[in-house]
Design a protein around this ligand. Structure first.
Ligand code: SAM
Length: 236
């Protein structure tokens, strides 16, 4: 049975990420043994065909410190959007260092400040789970995509190999929240990470929710045995 969805308002989520922003990248790479970099690279590669179209534009929602935006910018110019200023500040530093084609915008994923049918690709990495209404987030992603555009959702999911699943479950429940608290100096966010992943839809259910908002050709790919999953869909 799934745990109830952790109750968090947008404001609480914003504050939580502001508190861990200084150590966010370090903890991501440490706690995932750097595998998170590979997941984001995979995501960008899957979108390469649409991003290679002439004049293509990508929007990376909940971009945080811009790691996925930077990967996408290898293929096309990107707008990275997030509502947490301290996360964007860190992202902005990395973008400036690499002189990447990424513009950052402060805004709400539930009310995207863009007209309909605007982008060739839209991405969200480890963000959908944090939205007050993931369904509304999906509708916004669909709205701003051009017809023929692609959406990519990278999110923690359910490991599919039984023994591995158990071991990972123990790590995720008992070790990750403690290391997260120790390194970030903040209690709570990495416990929230565990709880929010438990209550997030499994691979097939998320695919179904994407279809419900209108996406077609929805597929998903388990990454690292299903620790994460990459869902892809098209706007017809
Ligand atoms: C776990 S981080 C993921 C950051 C980045 N995409 C990555 O791959 O590391 C989640 C991000 O979602 C942002 N976020 C959550 N709810 C949001 C909303 N309603 N609008 C904009 N950003 C939001 C948070 O501020 C945070 O930066």
């Amino acid at each position: 049975m799934q745990a109830g969805r952790p109750v968090n308002t947008g404001r609480q989520i914003q504050r939580m990420f502001a508190a861990i922003a200084p150590r966010y990248d370090l903890l991501n790479h440490l706690l995932s043994l750097n595998i998170d970099r590979h997941w984001r690279r995979c995501t960008a590669r899957r979108l390469a065909p649409v991003l290679s179209r002439p004049g293509a534009r990508a929007l990376d929602i909940c971009c945080g410190t811009a790691d996925l935006s930077l990967e996408l910018s290898r293929y096309a110019p990107v707008i990275g959007l997030d509502f947490c200023h301290p996360m964007l500040v860190r992202g902005g530093e990395k973008i400036a260092r690499r002189r990447a084609a990424v513009v950052l915008a402060e805004g709400d994923a539930l009310q995207l400040p863009f007209p309909d049918d605007r982008f060739d690709a839209v991405t969200i990495a480890f963000g959908l789970r944090n939205l007050e209404s993931p369904q509304h987030g999906l509708r916004e992603m669909y709205r701003i995509l051009k017809s023929g555009g692609r959406a990519a959702i990278l999110e923690f999911s359910r490991p599919i190999v039984p023994v591995f699943s158990r071991l990972f479950g123990l790590y995720f429940k008992h070790i990750l929240p403690r290391v997260g608290a120790l390194v970030s100096g903040v209690d709570g966010p990495y416990q929230y990470l565990h709880d929010s992943v438990q209550s997030f839809p499994e691979q097939q259910e998320l695919a179904r929710q994407m279809e419900d908002v209108g996406f077609v050709n929805v597929t998903y790919h388990n990454l690292t045995g299903g620790i994460a999953a990459l869902h892809l869909g098209e706007k017809p």
